[in-house]
Write a protein that binds this ligand. Sequence first.
Ligand SMILES: Cc1ncc(COP(=O)(O)O)c(C=O)c1O
Length: 421
Amino acid sequence: MTSGTTTPAPTPTVDWAAVRADFPFLERRIDGEPLVYLDSAATSQKPRQVIEAMASSAACGYGPINRSAYRLAGEATDRYEGARAAVARFVNAPAAHEMIFTKNATESINVVAGAWGRANLGAGDVVVLTHMEHHANIVPWQMLAADRGIEIRWVPLTDDGQLDLTDLDALLDGAKLFSFTAMSNVLGTLPPVAQLCRAAHDAGALTLVDACQFVPHNATDVQAWDADFVVFSAHKMCGPSGIGLLWGREALLDEMPPFLGGGNMIGNVTLDGFTTAPLPDKFEAGTPPITEAVGLGAAVEFLETIGMDAVRRHEMDLTRYALDTLGQRYGSDLVVHGPSNVEVRGGVLSFAFRDLHPHDVSQVLDERNVCVRAGHHCAKPLMRLLGANATARASFYVYNTTDDVDALAEALDGATDIFGL
Ligand SMILES: Cc1ncc(COP(=O)(O)O)c(C=O)c1O
């Protein structure tokens, strides 16, 4: 057993048509036809609650954070800190001040590599990664390897795209950090996060969980995981781009040096040096993403209103339907990478279709208004293991329906016609 199941308990029925009605992009027509957006693993669409919260805050509630005594600034600060509290609650973080706003998940990982890593890792120290990581969770460690001579070890994959944990204990032996994804952006695989954190801690290593694909689609509990650092991005969870999250245990964040220096992150500055502000300001140098934080707070409330167990269940249903529909229609002509069991995968389907290049597939689908991603998905080491330069990838979210899956299947027929297959 190498993956984590995240099957939720039964939840009250959600009115998914009403959820769709909250997304203005669904009113858009191209060539008179609606859009079928199947690229939420790259970035999600925004509901009107998020758009309106950001617009109203930018229009009449905008002001600086933390540095002024007047009421407008106070209100802006309250909204900014309210968003922090909301997102901390959303992932069950013990305290809001452990939740750091960054630019995106990539920057969050760079904060850990650049601040914790530089303070704690030297030549020969080991960081363990997996073969299914996004470049965001590879390159910062490779930069540290080049700079500091750390060793990187890799957890391999099974044939069905799960983590092969056979030699995990040996890989973790002597390691300082195990940094791994909670859900693959290519395979959809859901590794068993709590089990991996336990194994890392038993070996004396800390953990960083890249929850970029997990948090938007599943109920998340960083305390139940017993993780040390968790990162994710607002733009994949119905929020805006430009704001990401780093949650870390307070003691670790307190011990770490700051990552960026400048305004807001200082306690005091003299000609001889500086002291750092308490958390979270210590890691939020400069003017932060003020309006984006408001959007993130609204996104959290929007998802909480639906309920994350319901979101997970909806996506399991869509994924099952897609695997069945595409399997019945195209048989071995369409290969979906990753586990076939929806209990251990999320709503991300990377596929090869006949011998068509994924970019051609994506372009033909676009002519039918079906938006799928084609490329290496920032996971080139994994692509090499799959024996592909690229895949086409369809991914689901709260605004997708089985009609969207049918539209994808029918549009693939179009690709068959065009290329005469
Ligand atoms: C698993 C995973 N990690 C990290 C990232 C990086 O996220 P961002 O570009 O928001 O920093 C992504 C983005 O696709 C991802 O899918």
